[in-house]
Ligand binder design. Structure first.
Ligand code: ADP
Length: 276
């Protein structure tokens, strides 16, 4: 967009001239397009189970009215669709809450050992159903990061649930914590590793896009909303952390959340919080 502003002459002594201002609206337009794509995608994702529910209701009121076997089967599908819709709405609300807080860094400290142990017990029934063991041997009693415990629980619930869903052929999921350095800075890695099908390299950069799914034909993928990794990415951004994906087709995937190790200042801030 080009704006041309006339600059009046000063008491008729100077000739009139113009200032030309250039505004680059490309970024603004991209954000606008992303927002409208998001609304379109969200509506589509909600409309699909809703259309299927309406279809079943019609059938139950009509042709299947006196067929108890068909009725039970349809009700089971309808229940699944309703669960899917409520999962989608939960994920959409989570995402919008996290995005609103995205620029407000967390103040408290969270213990990754406790976060992961809680998620592990939460997901044990799913892992048992799939015949998977969830292996976690932390090595340290506590591993502290600056963070919001509830949000970190959401991060690891998504990563471990994905490892179970997509890595189910591998018999186990490993979760491990590691202290290391990146460009001279101390960092803490929390990794979730599965031994499933892995992800073809061309998909990896797009995994955290909203609604992006690698293979929607896959029955395990159908259960997902395509929002899990987008939620993970947004929470990690707020924690000055990032997601590293390492995947080999046929061997499995490792998803690592890399956190900055808390500095002395973070520790002092925390002490003040605890005593105030
Ligand atoms: P979904 O709700 O579909 O699981 P996510 O955002 O959590 O959505 O993940 C996006 C996609 O990334 C998934 O649909 C799946 O195709 C792929 N994916 C995620 N985690 C794994 C994994 N551990 N192994 C293989 N593919 C994965």
């Amino acid at each position: 967009v080009v704006e041309i502003l006339p600059v009046p002459s000063y008491q008729g002594m100077l000739p009139t001239f113009f200032v030309v201002l250039f505004h680059d609206r490309t970024a603004e337009r991209r954000v606008e397009r992303m927002r409208s794509d998001f609304v379109a995608n969200a509506s589509h994702e909600l409309r699909t189970p809703l259309a299927s529910l309406s279809g079943f209701i019609e059938t139950l009121q009509g042709p299947a009215r006196d067929d108890p076997a068909a009725r039970d089967q349809f009700l089971a599908i309808m229940r699944e669709q309703a669960t899917r819709m409520s999962r989608l709405i939960d994920d959409l609300l989570s995402l919008s809450r996290i995005e609103m807080r995205r620029h407000v860094p967390p103040m408290a400290r969270a213990d990754l050992v406790s976060v992961i142990s809680k998620v592990r017990s939460q997901l044990k029934p799913l892992a048992d159903d799939l015949g998977l063991s969830l292996d976690f041997t932390p090595g340290e009693d506590t591993v502290q990061v600056v963070g919001d415990e509830d949000e970190l629980i959401q991060v690891f619930a998504n990563l471990i649930e994905n490892a179970c869903k997509y890595g189910a052929d591998g018999a186990r999921v490993e979760i491990f914590l590691n202290r290391t350095t990146e460009r001279g800075e101390a960092v803490i890695d929390a990794s979730v590793r599965d031994f499933g099908a892995g992800i073809p390299a061309e998909h990896v950069p797009r995994l955290t896009e909203r609604f992006y799914r690698v293979d929607v034909g896959n029955s395990r993928s159908k259960r997902g909303t395509g929002l899990g990794l987008s939620i993970v990415r947004n929470i990690l951004l707020r924690h000055r952390s990032r997601l590293i994906v390492d995947s080999v087709v046929g061997r499995g995937s490792t998803f690592t959340a890399r956190f900055p190790a808390p500095s002395e200042n973070d520790t002092q801030d925390q002490r003040m919080l605890e005593t105030s």
